[in-house]
Design a protein. Structure first.
Length: 281
């Protein structure tokens, strides 16, 4: 059972549990007619409990107090839609970051201020699920706020969704991940002169593998194996694919000053080989 500490508006309250852990509770009409000390019914379907780090509480409260409640409702719809499409729960912090971002985006468009997303193409092509959710969000915002956010805004929203899929808040930097993913794809494309069909299943699998590799790379959790037999076998059997993997290895070493494991090279080569085989058909 949770107890209300403060009613922030009709849809947001600050609450605490019996252990004095604090939560921001989001729910349509949840604060209506309530006051400090009231108990919260925790089994309503449209409620969202967000644990609050004490050091960030004031920042969260400031965001909620300054933003029109309409952004709260739109954020809830978008997050619920995103979790359904992605098949997983997002970090609760997405409610604050996305709400704040969309409020700022609407202010920018009303004041004719354009901010270019330099990774629009990478996000649209390499994070399709998140980008498509971003498109849904832009359409929702444009309809409810009577504004005209451009398609490019979908990529900005996708960044927040990508970050919110980690186990911890900001567990990976979406911009860094998108940039490295794009550079790896281009290295393979131009080094091996591969004509990549974006609708082909092998291309999709390669993109998916690269995205997970990039996540492991930035989180320091690369695959490791002491058995070099398969690596040596792949190197001999698929020299062109291994050449592509070695190009990726060289680029990462130069750009980040960090080695990638033989196990990761092996799997990169396997997926590159699939692309090469498809190109020969």
């Amino acid at each position: 059972m949770k107890t209300i500490k403060k009613v922030l508006n009709s849809s947001v309250v600050l609450a605490e549990d019996e252990k004095k852990n604090e939560y921001v509770l989001l729910g349509k009409g949840i604060g209506y007619g309530k006051k400090a000390g009231s108990l919260i019914q925790e089994d309503l379907a449209d409620q969202v409990f967000i644990p609050v780090d004490h050091t960030k509480k004031e920042h969260f409260m400031e965001i909620i107090n300054e933003i029109d409640p309409v952004f709260l409702e739109l954020t809830r719809k978008i997050v619920q839609y995103a979790e359904k499409q992605l098949g997983s729960k997002l970090n609760p912090g997405i409610y604050f970051t996305l709400m704040d971002h969309m409020n700022f985006a609407s202010e920018r468009i009303k004041n004719n201020i354009a901010i270019t997303n330099r990774l629009f193409w990478e996000v649209k092509n390499y994070y399709r699920d998140e980008f498509n959710i971003g498109v849904y969000a832009v359409e929702l915002l444009n309809k409810h706020l009577a504004i005209e956010l451009p398609e490019e805004e979908a990529a900005n929203i996708a960044f927040h969704l990508i970050n919110a899929q980690g186990e911890k808040e900001n567990s990976k930097d979406a911009m860094k991940a998108a940039k490295l993913t794009g550079n790896i794809i281009n290295l393979v494309r131009y080094t091996l002169n591969i004509n990549m069909d974006t609708e082909d299943i092998h291309y999709y699998r390669f993109i998916t593998h690269v995205k997970f590799f990039v996540e492991r790379f930035f989180s320091g959790k690369m695959l490791v194996s002491s058995d070099m037999t398969l690596y040596e076998q792949i190197s001999k059997s698929y020299p062109a694919a291994m050449k592509g993997a070695n190009k990726i290895e060289g680029y990462i070493k130069d750009a980040y000053g960090k080695e990638i494991t033989k196990e990761e090279l092996l799997y990169l080569a396997v997926h590159i080989q699939r692309l090469l085989s498809q190109n020969k058909l």
